[in-house]
Design a protein around this ligand. Structure first.
Ligand SMILES: Nc1ncnc2c1ncn2[C@@H]1O[C@H](COP(=O)(O)OP(=O)(O)OP(=O)(O)O)[C@@H](O)[C@H]1O
Ligand SMILES: [Mg+2]
Length: 334
């Protein structure tokens, strides 16, 4: 659905040139929720804005739904842009227009007949749960409600792609979760391809299928969210994964000297099976669970425990083999 080939972008600041993006190659499949994560200044917004050419790349090509946007003239580009909706961190609503008029704005721009856009606005109000607020002004809404208006407005022209620039960064955690659920719902129901940028791994974990990590204008790691979570390769990725794991260093929790400390991950169906219990019950090895969490990556349950095994080394090795054989991911922490 989206194909970026060797995209680069440099900004001229006085006499110097700032390289914001370097040789970005990226493919987003139709119907996917694709996350781009990076620290401040990494180039996230620049990258996102290169997808709809709000920012003109200095080099490379951008293709969306089979059309090479970088080869189009301005009239055609404007037409193609209607297939790409966008939402923003600070909502960018028209403050002197009602919710209804904000949502209708792109439809009026596209010169839709009045009866048609009124009907479409009603559908959109329902989709984002704002039927009761249609005649209010943005200043009368909460942050979460404002973002719902932003989402409805972005979807007005039935786009194929929705770009989200830090769409939840100005919201509290509860409202963030509600907006993320709405995006997931829209992706499920309408099949819209979503690209979102964020500096929060929690956002990636909750709704994305794949993720790219960007640092210094380059993609340093890319893959399925689950793989990147379980086996981060790049130090920047590791930082982001640490954001959502327990802050306590498990080594500080270790009790015995002759023990092994393991991190065990399990994904999907395995989350609910008593594999650890079964492996241990006929063994002389004792164990203590020092930390444990069960959560969800998009629709997939996954769990992680830090466990201390105490006993004969050979027997501990045997237990580790059994766990691995059952499909658990076992990592030695010492
Ligand atoms: N219009 C501009 N003119 C000059 N330099 C710019 C411009 N926009 C961005 N930059 C520079 O490009 C780099 C990437 O900026 P960008 O806004 O894409 O980062 P970001 O990852 O979105 O950061 P943040 O998380 O703070 O929003 C930065 O070094 C920034 O200073
Ligand atoms: Mg930004």
């Amino acid at each position: 659905m989206i194909e970026l080939t060797d995209v680069s972008k440099s900004y001229r600041v006085r006499s110097a040139s700032v390289e914001a993006l370097r040789n970005i190659n990226l493919t987003v499949n139709k119907g996917e929720i694709y996350g781009i994560i990076g620290h401040s200044g990494a180039g996230k917004s620049t990258l996102l804005r290169c997808i709809n050419l709000l920012e003109q790349p200095s080099g490379g090509s951008v293709k969306v739904a089979g059309v090479e946007l970088t080869a189009l003239g301005s009239v055609q580009l404007q037409k193609e842009r209607r297939r790409i909706g966008m939402i923003f961190q600070h909502f960018n609503l028209l403050t002197s227009a009602t919710v209804r008029d904000n949502i209708a704005f792109p439809l009026k721009l596209a010169r839709e007949p009045r009866a048609k856009w009124r009907k479409r606005v009603d559908e959109l109000l329902k989709l984002v749960g704002l039927e009761q607020h249609a005649d209010k002004y943005p200043s009368q809404l909460s942050g979460g409600q404002k973002q719902r208006v932003g989402i409805a407005r972005a979807l007005a022209n039935n786009p194929d792609v929705l770009l989200c620039d830090e769409a939840t960064s100005a919201l509290d955690p509860q409202t963030t979760n509600a907006i993320l659920s709405l995006l997931l719902d829209i992706n499920d129901k309408l099949g819209i391809t979503i690209v979102l940028i964020t500096h929060e791994m929690n956002v990636i974990r909750s709704i994305c299928d794949r993720v790219a990590v960007i640092d210094g204008g380059q993609i340093v790691e890319e893959g399925q969210v689950l793989d990147v979570f379980l086996k981060p390769q790049h130090p920047v990725t590791q930082d982001f994964v640490d954001q959502v794991s327990d802050a306590v260093d498990p080594r500080a929790l270790q009790q015995g000297r002759n023990s092994r400390l393991l991190r065990v991950h399990y994904v999907g169906r395995l989350t609910y099976e008593p594999i650890l219990f079964n492996a241990m019950k006929s063994s002389s090895v004792q164990f203590a669970i020092l930390q444990g969490t069960v959560s969800r990556m998009k629709h997939t349950p996954y769990g992680q425990i830090i466990v201390e095994l105490i006993g004969e080394n050979a027997e501990i090795e045997r237990i580790i083999d059994v766990l691995r054989h059952e499909g658990l991911n076992v990592e030695d922490l010492i």
